[in-house]
Design a binder for this molecule. Structure first.
Ligand SMILES: O=P(O)(O)OC[C@H]1O[C@H](OP(=O)(O)OP(=O)(O)O)[C@H](O)[C@@H]1O
Ligand code: HPA
Length: 183
């Protein structure tokens, strides 16, 4: 079998289907922004981007939110290729989270392990409130350690990419969401 890391980026497009179009993603982003806007009622927040996948949602939400925001990021990786394992933290937030309202932004809630650990970190760091927003949640039937407060789109139980999510490092920049076909 060919090493998936050696496949051309176009291979992944040819082996996948669009599950949410650009217009559907844009609508979901608008919806997420208005839910967050109402939930946060204009208070100052720290937007905390979970790198790298959260970067697309952070970029798309920032300009849709009318409230005083600061931006920080962390990096906690769990997936190598398309399979998950233990979390490796490579970057902690730099801002002091004590007493702050923190809005955690990530691309996908799959098994929920990453988001649960990030929320735990924010609470341990003294955040007053932690609100979680994910662009997608995977419909995988698993008992997850937490639910996100704001969810953009429910994706099927397949490996998905685009809008921040990668397939072997590629295509985080796609403005649509695609799902790999069964091998
Ligand atoms: O709900 P879970 O099963 O924990 O999976 C979700 C996490 O997996 C991905 O991160 P990844 O480790 O692939 O790092 P990346 O953001 O650099 O792609 C994604 O960005 C989420 O943070
Ligand atoms: O389906 C997925 N796609 C991209 N990244 C992910 N991280 C967990 N699940 C996924």
């Amino acid at each position: 079998m060919t090493d998936p890391h050696a496949q051309s980026p176009d291979h992944w497009l040819s082996q996948s289907d669009i599950v949410f179009s650009v217009a559907e993603v844009e609508q979901a982003l608008d919806r997420m922004a208005s839910v967050l806007q109402e939930k946060l009622s204009g208070q100052p927040v720290i937007l905390l981007c979970v790198m790298r996948g959260g970067v697309y949602l952070a970029g798309q939400l920032m300009h849709r939110l009318q409230l005083p925001a600061r931006l920080d990021y962390l990096q906690a990786n769990r997936y190598h290729g398309i399979t998950g394992s233990g979390i490796v933290w490579t970057k902690l937030p730099e801002l002091d989270l004590t007493g702050q309202t923190v809005v955690v932004l990530d691309d996908i809630l799959d098994e929920g392990i990453t988001l649960a650990e990030v929320v735990h970190h924010c609470q341990q760091a003294g955040a007053r409130e932690v609100v979680t927003a994910v662009l997608t949640e995977k419909d995988n039937g698993l008992e997850k350690p937490l639910q996100a407060d704001v969810i953009g789109l429910i994706v099927p139980n397949r490996y998905v990419f685009g809008c921040g999510m990668d397939v072997y490092g590629w295509w985080r920049n796609l403005p649509e969401i695609r799902a790999l076909r069964e091998a």
